[in-house]
Design a protein around this ligand. Structure first.
Ligand SMILES: *Cc1c(COP(=O)(O)O)cnc(C)c1O
Length: 413
């Protein structure tokens, strides 16, 4: 088994630094031998990993293609132009910026492009699945802007659209943010656009999670509706860890300047090359099939978990995300997560709209990339419920997980 799956570096590392190589192999073994249900994670391709491990990592490239502050950018300019063209074509966007180091820095750039400190912004509240960058006091967003949170209906878990409109009319925000770390349903971008237009606000779609489904045609696109779309490239989209922004031509220059020089320095050219690879992969029929399977798998998982007695938020899902309250099985989310971790089932806790205690958040992107389908989702749900309930011992569950994932190696030798 090679350490990095990047041909240029694979065995060099093992020879030169066995201590670190051992750690990398240990992580690869962990990813391959346990069940990856963290909703924000995936297995990017060996081609993406190869670009990440390439000599582009050496290159300084402040600025944009054709207008760099450093010499020697001939090749990386071509790489960045390719990434931008592929992103534009994949999402039907007039402009793409592929330099953001992460989803959070993409959101920061969107705010920098459109807002001034002290401006009012409407966003999904953190207790309902808003991201840290949507007004957390621990984050720049909460400190520099005046966030007004909207919520979800306590019964249904669906975004309270009437409240969005009412708060918009009352507070006249400069921007409205739609997007979440845990909301399992499609977002009604046309509705948010309508409200934004009514009060003269910008609409920022933080599509960090669903952008991969959008790429595969398995979820509605925010691009025709939002002034700026922020996204990550490493979640369902299955590229390298990073962010990007999409917008219309009229905001292109403001968005570019908000990324560099306002919030970042040199672009990470190896990551941008890897983004280009991922955009290329995402434009294929195979990726579209994957995206649709991700949703089909999540639907089966949600239904099976509900059958096992968990309370599934919104009663199901439209996406790769499932959030559920394990309380009817006798434990809270934190306890459940601990038991599941011991059994080799890796997932997160999340806030729940209807409860004070935490629930479980699962995603089907990684397991779908591995090749798992409906049958395996049913098996995962049964095993998960058994472990949470305490009716399946963790040692036995761990064996079952090994057996299950053994048939679906993420990086076949
Ligand atoms: C994941 C996520 C982010 C942040 O992405 P990072 O790359 O972790 O900074 C921002 N917003 C939403 C809605 C997300 O889901």
């Amino acid at each position: 088994m090679s350490v990095t799956h990047a041909p240029q570096t694979a065995d060099v590392l093992a020879r030169q630094d066995p201590e670190l190589a051992e750690i990398l192999l240990g992580e690869l073994d962990r990813q391959s031998s346990t069940l990856q249900l963290v909703a924000a994670e995936n297995f990017c391709s060996p081609a993406v990993l190869a670009a990440l491990g390439s000599a582009l990592a050496n290159k300084y490239a402040e600025g944009y293609p054709g207008a760099r502050h450093h010499g020697g950018c001939e090749m990386v300019d071509v790489a960045e132009r390719l990434a931008v063209e592929r992103a534009k074509s994949l999402f039907g966007a007039e402009h793409a910026n592929v330099q953001s180091h992460s989803g959070s820095s993409a959101v920061l750039a969107a705010y920098a492009a459109l807002l001034r400190p002290g401006d009012t912004v409407l966003a999904l509240g953190l207790p309902y699945g808003g991201h840290l960058t949507h007004g957390s006091p621990a984050n720049f967003s909460g400190r520099w802007f005046d966030f007004v949170p909207y919520g979800v209906d306590a019964e249904t878990g669906i975004i309270d659209h009437e409240q969005v409109r009412t708060l918009a009319r009352t507070h006249r925000p400069k921007a409205i943010v739609c997007g979440s770390i845990a909301y399992p349903r499609h977002i009604d971008y046309a509705y948010f656009r309508e409200v934004a237009d009514e009060v003269g606000a910008y609409l920022i779609a933080d599509a960090a999670h669903p952008i991969g489904l959008v790429a595969g045609g398995a979820a509605p696109s925010p691009v025709p509706y939002a002034d700026v779309v922020c996204a990550t490239t490493h979640k369902v989209l299955r590229g390298p860890r990073g962010g990007m922004l999409l917008c219309g031509s009229e905001l292109a220059e403001r968005v570019d300047r908000a990324v560099f020089p306002f919030t970042q320095g040199g672009a990470q050219m190896h990551t941008i090359a890897a983004k280009a690879v991922a955009f290329g992969e995402a434009a294929t029929p195979a990726f579209s099939a994957y995206a649709h399977q991700v949703v089909a798998n999540a639907r089966v998982l949600a239904a099976a978990l509900a059958d096992e007695g968990l309370v599934v938020t919104t009663g199901g899902t439209d996406t790769h995300l499932v959030t559920a309250d394990p309380a009817p099985l006798g434990v809270d989310g934190r306890t459940a997560r601990g038991r599941l971790a011991a059994a080799g089932m890796v997932l997160d806790c999340c806030v729940l709209p209807h409860a004070d205690l935490r629930g479980l958040r699962l995603g089907t992107a990684a397991v779908t990339t591995q090749g798992m389908a409906e049958k395996e989702m049913a098996r995962i749900a049964a095993l998960l419920a058994g472990v949470v309930r305490g009716s399946v011992e963790s040692a036995r569950a761990r064996e079952e997980v090994r057996d299950l994932v053994g048939g679906f190696p993420p990086y076949p030798a």
